[in-house]
Design a binder for this molecule. Sequence first.
Ligand SMILES: NC(=O)c1ccc[n+]([C@@H]2O[C@H](COP(=O)([O-])OP(=O)(O)OC[C@H]3O[C@@H](n4cnc5c(N)ncnc54)[C@H](OP(=O)(O)O)[C@@H]3O)[C@@H](O)[C@H]2O)c1
Length: 188
Amino acid sequence: MGNVLWHITMSLDGFIAGRDDAMDWIFRYPGPNPDVDNVLANLGAILAGRRSYEVGRKPGQSPAASRPYGGAWEGPVFVLTHKIPDEPDPSVQFLTGDIRSAVATAQEAAGDRTVVLFGATVARNCLEAGLVDEVLVHVAPVLLGAGVRLFEAELAAPIELQAAGVLRVGQLTNLRFRVRRPTPPPAG
Ligand SMILES: NC(=O)c1ccc[n+]([C@@H]2O[C@H](COP(=O)([O-])OP(=O)(O)OC[C@H]3O[C@@H](n4cnc5c(N)ncnc54)[C@H](OP(=O)(O)O)[C@@H]3O)[C@@H](O)[C@H]2O)c1
């Protein structure tokens, strides 16, 4: 079974999208980026939230923004929603189950390759359920002031991460983390 990776670009003030889901800022920092190349080389499936999917389909959205990784990768894309849209879209597969079954479906499609999570809510649900192995954040040198936050949750206990790497690529700072799994209680 492959890893589950949350891959995201964040403004310095902690937003993954600006006001009204603005994403234009993200395209100011084009590649190449070795950490992105590494993700693409191992990517087996994407699991996105419905809002990320809808923002990519907004009228006027550039083709680069409407396809995962600007079209640099082809493969299974799953979109988690409570209600499957009436309009079919052959480029994705909609899922309505709970978060565990959604991740299991994506992992089955990915085989031993990585499942990448898109969006904040789906990733938060996965983190809370202990389903995420790694986080890769590209910190962009911009202050958005408002928008969709990287992570907002009332947690019973902090989710601990372990720093796994830092790389400065042009104006972006890539931060890699492994998610610490809670230690299971001793048997017996
Ligand atoms: N900076 C970046 O790298 C990056 C990357 C991707 C996306 N984004 C941005 O992130 C924003 C979207 O993130 P978001 O956190 O608002 O939304 P999201 O995680 O993309 O999608 C949330 C939606 O997913 C569905 N969903 C989530 N958990 C579910 C569950 N357990 N069961 C069933 N359905 C579930 C629900 O859809 P329904 O309401 O249909 O049930 C929910 O409203 C957009 O602005 C997008 O542009 C940024």
